[in-house]
Write a protein that binds this ligand. Sequence first.
Ligand code: ASP
Ligand code: MG
Length: 439
Amino acid sequence: MSKVLKFGGTSVGSAGNMRMVADIVVAEGAAVTVLSAMSGTTNALVDIAALASTDPGSGKIGGQLDMLVKKYSGCIGELLRDSKQKALTRLDETIKLIRDEAAGYKGPYSERLILAQGELLTSYIFTLYMNERGHKAQLLNAPDLIHKDGEEKVDMDFLESRLKGLIGDKDTFYITQGFICTDHRGEMDNLGRGGSDYSAALIGGAINASQVQVWTDIDGMHNNDPRFVENTYPIPRMSFDEAAELAYFGAKILHPATIQPCKDRGIPVFLKNTMDPQAEGTMISEQEDNSRTFHAVAAKDGITVIRIYSARMLMAYGFLRKVFEIFEQHRTPIDMITTSEVAVSLTIDSDCHLDAIVEDLKDLGKIEIEKNNTIVCLVGNLEHQQRGLAETIMRGINGVPLKMISYGASHRSIAMLVETRHKKEVLQSLNDSLFSAGC
Ligand code: ASP
Ligand code: MG
């Protein structure tokens, strides 16, 4: 029974919360514990790096550093006794490193080094605390374990063999950082914002854990977004595929890449609430829940539609390949796609290469761009032979103008594109019509 537990920024966001985390780690007998940075840290570090890239002498950098010193020294003061001085020294060193790196900013490398400091410091403090409580705890350096290749792929064999040699002792609590890793040049890198979940899943996969637990400040994956919708509820069980769709399409509780390493090895993922450990939370596993038609809704903002009108598409083959190749060249994934005989509409969630993509697409036809859209993804047991299913869903959106629909790709989900200004309305009306009625 080897469990990997991951705690998010709020879970380790104060001395009081870190104590609760320690209780949970001990009660669960965690083999490996993966920690995010204390809440607010990574945002502050992102700001520092952004300021440093334009104006390394900016006074605002000092302001952010002061905020971090206050936050961490407050936590250390409250949490630690014998090892307080050790932690304060480490805090000083960390602040100095960030200040120096910002002053002599060297582009992306400096940014990644600065961003890594939150997880490094938080995990260091927590390990000292576990030791002070009388537990055997050992800090592992995640960048020594998680290595990415030039294609951003994590070397699972390396991770597996490294961990084998490192985590042998059953009585030791191994603590490590989420989010950070080493790139193919051997330099500090990360797995993207919110990537600590992915770190935990990779480690869980590598040690063939019995389960991966992702601890946040909400009682599991909800059927709809509680930030925008009233009367949501946690879903006790969901399948890997559903969780992957929901995470990808905006359910903030889980990083979208998390599912794969666990799905590959059949390792269940539990979403739990640090503030209410007794709450059931959500179990994500191979098991599918067929008791209800509609399981959950998620929404993803910042979506751009690209419409390509081309008479050359008419009865031609190979047209879509040319379109896809352009997106591939610009390393931009496509989320939704709909086609007619003379037009293709696609959506993307990253505008980084939009201008270059449009330039290339112009050779294929007339291009239109629409920004500020939201994909609303509904997952459930959407068997197509059910009479009236599409009608029920369309009624559920209650007249909100739909820009695109993707239905039929799987019997697990339907994706709908609306203007972002209609998001709240569509989420609430789907909740009222499809979920309160016990469908
Ligand atoms: N600290 C990082 C972030 O805020 C990674 C994480 O929390 O998962 O994005
Ligand atoms: Mg997170």
